[in-house]
Design a protein around this ligand. Structure first.
Ligand SMILES: [Fe+2]
Ligand SMILES: [Fe+2]
Length: 169
């Protein structure tokens, strides 16, 4: 399953790379729209399960963590909007349709297999970090992007911890 996750993500990343080559700002904005939706999906599923009485010691920890990650990703999104990443109709149209599909995929994926859903999201966060790192090579003084890249790396670490929590508690 993890290989399938990688395959689908690699195809998507290549496709996004192709259509957003030379349009960094728009690429970042689309990426941030997509990147925060798994956290909303995780929260929805955790709330839903908790409401049905399906909860344990890790539920509250994970809900808190994913809430802060969703807020953090929203801050990234706001920064990209401040820079004009959502200026064009076609990018908004593309991102909003993609996120609609992606959110529901992640809801079902996290409901059925949290470990696999975390695996997908770890790969997405790694990709976000690589994307910002590439940009920073040409723009080393962009402090805000440096901070955002670090946030993406922190999310990878947090998601790996969440993943190991699934099997240890
Ligand atoms: Fe982000
Ligand atoms: Fe992220």
């Amino acid at each position: 399953m993890k290989k399938l996750n990688s395959l689908i993500l690699n195809i998507t990343v290549k496709f996004l790379g192709f259509i957003y080559s030379g349009r960094n700002l728009q690429r970042f904005w689309v990426l941030e729209v997509i990147a925060r939706s798994p956290y909303f999906a995780f929260l929805s599923v955790l709330h839903f399960k908790e409401s049905l009485g399906i909860k344990n010691k890790k539920t509250m920890i994970l809900m808190k963590e994913h809430f802060y990650q969703a807020i953090n990703e929203t801050e990234h999104l706001k920064e990209m909007e401040k820079r004009g990443g959502d200026r064009f109709w076609i990018d908004r149209f593309f991102a909003r349709h993609l996120v609609l599909v992606y959110y529901w995929i992640m809801v079902f994926y996290y409901f059925l297999s949290p470990a696999n859903a975390y695996d997908v999201n770890i790969k997405i966060e790694e990709h976000a970090f690589e994307t910002y790192s590439k940009y920073l090579k040409d723009n080393p003084n962009d402090q805000k992007i440096k901070e955002i890249a670090q946030d993406e790396l922190n999310h990878v670490k947090e998601l790996n911890e969440a993943l190991s929590m699934l099997t240890t508690i």
